[in-house]
Ligand binder design. Structure first.
Ligand SMILES: Nc1ncnc2c1ncn2[C@@H]1O[C@H](COP(=O)(O)OP(=O)(O)OP(=O)(O)O)[C@@H](O)[C@H]1O
Length: 315
């Protein structure tokens, strides 16, 4: 029996797993990126830990890594963290036959056609069409955007950088947020607002106060702070607008999906927010968007499943 190593590396969290020949994911671990100097160090820490728990890590000859940055050539450099590495060097150092490195949201997108109903929650109406493009957006440390398009009996995942498109306000409150950020940053991207740091910036713009992302969410959830609640509502509304833009751009009539680590933490506040209304609020194309269902991904490690599917196809 041989094992494959899978990883999903974000700007904050590095998620690892081993996959056995029967396709099961085992020894899933989430490591903090900040606690390790390099990706190689994090891999070593993970594999040593798995070996201590009885995994036969010496049988790993194939590995797939989904990582939060564009993957264009041999040298990979993360956008939201300081890790960088050469794919060919890492493959040689680890004595791997295959090391597949792909964009994390391309891997996450690859999991969408295979999600079971229990691995997603629907927000609002609409019905997906079979064999049509599916869109993906996910706020975390950064804002990932991707999708899959059908190609015969297979799916092709897109690896774009749509989180960095320019932010467009949809009302005066959002215009005021943009105005504040124009003074601090030249280019204000969607990611500037739709990320952990973005939640903090929206809160500062609306209240004039500094607070951490996790504190804002918990104060919104327990009802102890009106500014925190407004911040989460504003974040969800902006996410609806940007998700609608992605759905329009891709023609995502196969469904629009929300991933990333932040939205699941909003709990019931997300379904209660203006997300869906703003998703549909696109003038004459409102009816087109109303027919597209939006889903929150609830599966815990979807990108690991996506990169496993991509690795199984790689030489
Ligand atoms: N309770 C919370 N509410 C809102 N944001 C939170 C909360 N806890 C953590 N965050 C923010 O979530 C972000 C981490 O997101 P995530 O868990 O998706 O990590 P990641 O996969 O490393 O990110 P990415 O893939 O975007 O690089 C951080 O910016 C952090 O500030």
């Amino acid at each position: 029996m041989s094992l494959r190593m899978l990883a999903d590396i974000g700007g904050t969290n590095a998620r690892f797993a081993l996959q056995s020949d029967d396709g099961q994911l085992e020894h899933i671990e989430v490591l903090s990126c900040a606690a390790h100097a390099t990706l190689g160090d994090a891999m070593t820490a993970y594999l040593e830990g798995a070996a201590r728990r009885g995994a036969e890590v010496q049988s790993v000859r194939r590995a797939g890594i989904a990582i939060a940055n564009p993957v264009e050539d041999d040298l990979v450099s993360m956008t939201n963290h300081h890790w960088s590495f050469s794919i060919s060097k890492l493959r040689t150092e680890r004595a791997l036959d295959t090391l597949l490195v792909v964009n994390d949201f391309a891997a996450l997108a690859m999991s969408l056609p295979y999600l079971a109903p229990s691995q997603r929650t629907r927000i609002g109406g609409g019905v997906e069409l079979a064999a049509r493009p599916m869109g993906l957006i996910g706020p975390g440390t950064g804002l990932g955007v991707s999708g899959v398009i059908p190609a015969g009996t297979e799916w092709i995942a897109l690896a774009g950088e749509g989180g960095h498109v320019s932010f467009a306000p949809a009302n005066r409150e959002e215009y005021a947020i943009l105005d504040m950020l124009w003074n601090e940053y030249g280019h204000v991207s969607a990611e500037r607002l739709l990320s952990g740091r973005g939640l903090e910036l929206i809160h500062r713009a609306l209240s004039g106060k500094q607070a951490g992302a996790a504190d804002i969410t918990s104060a919104a959830l327990d009802g102890s702070c009106a500014d925190a609640r407004r911040t989460v509502d504003s974040f969800c509304a902006i996410l609806g607008s940007v998700a609608g833009n992605v759905a329009l751009t891709l023609g995502a009539t196969g469904g629009m999906y929300i991933g990333g680590g932040i939205v699941p933490r909003f709990g019931a506040l997300f379904a209660q927010s203006a997300f869906r209304q703003r998703f549909e609020d696109k003038g004459r194309l409102g009816g087109y968007l109303a027919r597209i269902p939006t889903y929150l991904i609830t599966e815990q490690y979807p990108a690991l499943r996506g990169v496993a599917a991509m690795l199984s196809r790689a030489h």
